[in-house]
Design a protein around this ligand. Structure first.
Ligand SMILES: C[S@@+](CC[C@H](N)C(=O)[O-])C[C@H]1O[C@@H](n2cnc3c(N)ncnc32)[C@H](O)[C@@H]1O
Length: 227
């Protein structure tokens, strides 16, 4: 993706690999998720790949007026190096804040993303963040999150092993992970008043990832989510 050229060769190679091998970005591109207006918030946005993909997905279909007005894009990332990469790649098309998602405010949004982030928080923090996110969804808004299904047997074990291996490569030996089963996530999101659909999101990999598409019950916005 050309927008990552200024970010350096390593980050460019990383992003290329993610776009090639991780099905979630293709899904985000094809699923008709970007709203025509309102805000998109990416919590734990990393290098901003999801925001970049959504920006590319929304540009061709929008009228000139809609392109000029929105959507606004907003990302929060705790690692400054990743946040800086996201900022450079988005080149003014998103506001990227360096900070902790647990302590940083974010605007009301049509679409809130939590892709591979909740596992880094403990259970109480996960609940707190999900509550805040649900409260920030505008009518018809969507919360889209990806997490591994802790009830998925060997695929789940493989997912955990891969996560541990990449944490070791980053020298993050003390990182703890908090996983839940599909049923537990669906129940939790349901308790927050959201209608949830799950979509397998590990195609081409041995992992147990699911995408949870949770919507507020007060109407729908934009295209239906492709299953
Ligand atoms: C596996 S990466 C996923 C990045 C991004 N969501 C994506 O799809 O490319 C997880 C990201 O969440 C960030 N993260 C984890 N806990 C966080 C926290 N409490 N506040 C902000 N960012 C956090 C990490 O620094 C990392 O960049």
């Amino acid at each position: 993706m050309a927008r990552y050229r200024p970010v350096g060769r390593f980050a460019q190679g990383f992003v290329r690999g993610k776009l090639r091998h991780d099905p979630v970005y293709r899904y985000l591109f094809e699923a008709g998720l970007p709203p025509a207006d309102g805000a998109v918030v990416d919590l734990g946005c990393g290098r901003g790949i999801a925001l970049a993909v959504l920006a590319s997905a929304s540009a061709p279909g929008l009228s000139g007026e809609a392109q000029a007005t929105g959507p606004q894009r907003f990302g929060i990332e705790r690692r400054e190096a990743h946040a800086a990469a996201a900022r450079a790649a988005m080149d003014g098309e998103a506001e990227i804040v360096t900070g902790d998602v647990l302590a940083t405010d974010f605007p009301c949004a049509r679409l809130i993303l939590l892709i591979d982030v909740l596992l880094y928080l403990n259970a109480a923090q996960q609940d707190q963040l999900l509550e805040r996110a649900a409260a920030r969804l505008s009518p018809g808004g969507r919360l889209v999150m990806r997490e591994a299904d802790a009830a998925a047997g060997w695929r789940f074990a493989t997912t955990v092993a891969a996560e541990r291996a990449s944490a070791w490569r980053r020298c993050e030996w003390r990182q703890r992970y908090q996983y839940r089963s599909r049923t537990e996530w669906v129940n939790r999101l349901g308790e927050l008043g959201l209608a949830v659909r799950t979509i397998p999101m590990s195609r081409g990999t041995p992992f147990a990832n699911l995408l949870y598409c949770a919507e507020t019950s007060s109407g729908s916005h934009g295209a239906p989510v492709r299953n």
